[in-house]
Design a protein around this ligand. Structure first.
Ligand SMILES: Cc1cc2nc3c(=O)[nH]c(=O)nc-3n(C[C@H](O)[C@H](O)[C@H](O)COP(=O)(O)O)c2cc1C
Length: 203
């Protein structure tokens, strides 16, 4: 084999190794970058969420609502019992009626009334996790929400209205979520970082 042929073969082998190396590295780098982008998007969604109390006069599409609800019920919950019931009010006549008649209920296109199963001692935690998922999923779709405790009391003082929500026996209304496209951009409220402490229980 003359020198030129040997050199050409060596170059081919080298090019082949180089291209094999590239194709093996690239998917790794792309996957890493994609995973980093996804983590940043999730953290940004959590950190940018704010309670929204003023909403645009715009309906939330039903398919988006369905997706948000699906994310809500995908939350962790005790024994997977899903010890809650949620009544969603999304028609404009009912939403307007509620805003006019319930004290502390901000005017919104969608309300979710959440009740916990009083027969299960962890059910309130389930409702909180459900509501957390709903709020974050909604925010990811550009929809604001606020958890409401105060109007729960108003509704409980109105048994006729409570009955119309139609919760099953043994379920107690504990939380309301108002949702809609934001018409305000509130600032973040300060958090107390010393509420969380690392402790060591071994010397
Ligand atoms: C269980 C619960 C009950 C709440 N009740 C009310 C309420 O009745 N009225 C209200 O305006 N906001 C209510 N909020 C919203 C809080 O005020 C709000 O989440 C808090 O100030 C932090 O602000 P951020 O959500 O914008 O970070 C409630 C929140 C939770 C979790």
């Amino acid at each position: 084999m003359n020198y030129i042929v040997k050199t050409a073969m060596a170059m081919c082998v080298a090019a082949c190794f180089a291209s094999c190396g590239e194709s093996a590295d690239r998917p790794d780098a792309a996957a890493k970058e994609q995973s980093q982008d996804r983590s940043e998007a999730v953290v940004d969604n959590i950190m940018s969420r704010r309670s929204i109390r003023r909403y645009a006069d715009r309906q939330v599409p039903r398919d988006v609502l369905d997706k948000i609800i699906e994310c809500g019920i995908n939350a962790p919950n005790g024994r997977n019992q899903q010890a809650y019931e949620v009544k969603v009010v999304a028609d404009s006549a009912s939403a307007a009626y509620l805003a006019d008649s319930v004290k502390g209920l901000y005017r919104a296109p969608v309300y979710m009334f959440i009740a916990n199963d009083t027969g299960y001692d962890m059910s309130l935690i389930d409702t909180g996790l459900l509501s957390g998922n709903i709020g974050l999923a909604a925010w990811a779709y550009g929809i604001g929400s606020v958890n409401l405790g105060m109007p729960v009391r108003s509704i409980k003082e109105n048994p006729e209205l409570l009955k119309r929500l139609g919760f099953s026996e043994g379920y107690d209304l504990c939380l309301i979520l108002a949702l809609g496209y934001p018409a305000e951009t509130p600032d973040a409220k300060p958090r107390k970082s010393d509420k969380v402490q690392f402790v060591s229980i071994c010397e």
